[in-house]
Design a protein around this ligand. Structure first.
Ligand code: COA
Length: 168
């Protein structure tokens, strides 16, 4: 049975293997290592099956302003599930668990860059992210508000941790 739990330092190699298997290049695996090295990881959850890491999701620190006020923003990336374990709901469970944790830890808003069809099912949408300046602005740059009462700003900015810029 697949269980979701917080990642531990000794999981790094297993997490790396998941990203290397799920993505066509090592960019995401390297991103995880860089975020870990820079201390920008806020939430890191793994899916484990019989002692093997089969999925991983990471939320990192973001620098976010809404109408010139600092707000608590997190960035969802990367998320991956081993190919043999995909389409069994593991990605969904990882993302839901991480969103619950982000809400419990006081996040106002979570940003993601990805397929609107996939992330739309969690409530992310491009309209919520649209007022925030970002190099990723566009239909794939989406956000989900977690804090009740958080009003969409007239303008703002949402900057990912430095490791993302190094992705090139
Ligand atoms: C995206 C990913 C994490 C989803 O994990 P998962 O455990 O397969 O997800 P779930 O089982 O919860 O959901 C699977 C559903 O998502 C859909 N889905 C997966 N990737 C999708 C995408 N990029 N766009 C739209 N739908 C997608 C699948 O078609 C499937 O639909 P179905 O349930 O109708 O069959 C996994 O497919 C993966 O690791 N992909 C490669 C890495 C990747 O693209 N990560 C996301 C980067 S934005």
């Amino acid at each position: 049975m697949v269980a979701i739990r917080s990642a531990a330092p000794e999981d790094l190699q297993g997490i790396r293997s998941v990203h290397l298997a799920a993505f066509p290049t090592a960019l995401e695996a390297n991103l995880v290592d860089k975020l870990d090295g820079s201390g920008d990881v806020l939430i890191s959850l793994v899916a484990e099956d019989c002692g093997r890491i089969v999925g991983h999701v990471l939320f990192s620190r973001m620098d976010v302003e809404a109408d010139e006020r600092v707000v608590a923003g997190m960035g969802l990336a990367p998320v991956a599930v081993l190919p043999d374990y995909q389409s069994r709901g593991i990605g969904t469970s990882l993302i839901h668990a991480a969103l619950r944790l982000a809400e419990a830890r006081g996040a106002d808003i979570v940003f993601v860059l990805g397929d609107p069809e996939y992330y739309g099912r969690f409530g992310f949408d491009a309209a919520t992210a649209a007022p925030f300046q970002s190099p990723y602005r566009g239909p794939h740059f989406q956000a989900l508000v977690l804090r009740p009462g958080f009003k969409p700003p007239r303008s703002g900015r949402a900057d990912y941790a430095a490791a993302f810029a190094e992705l090139g």
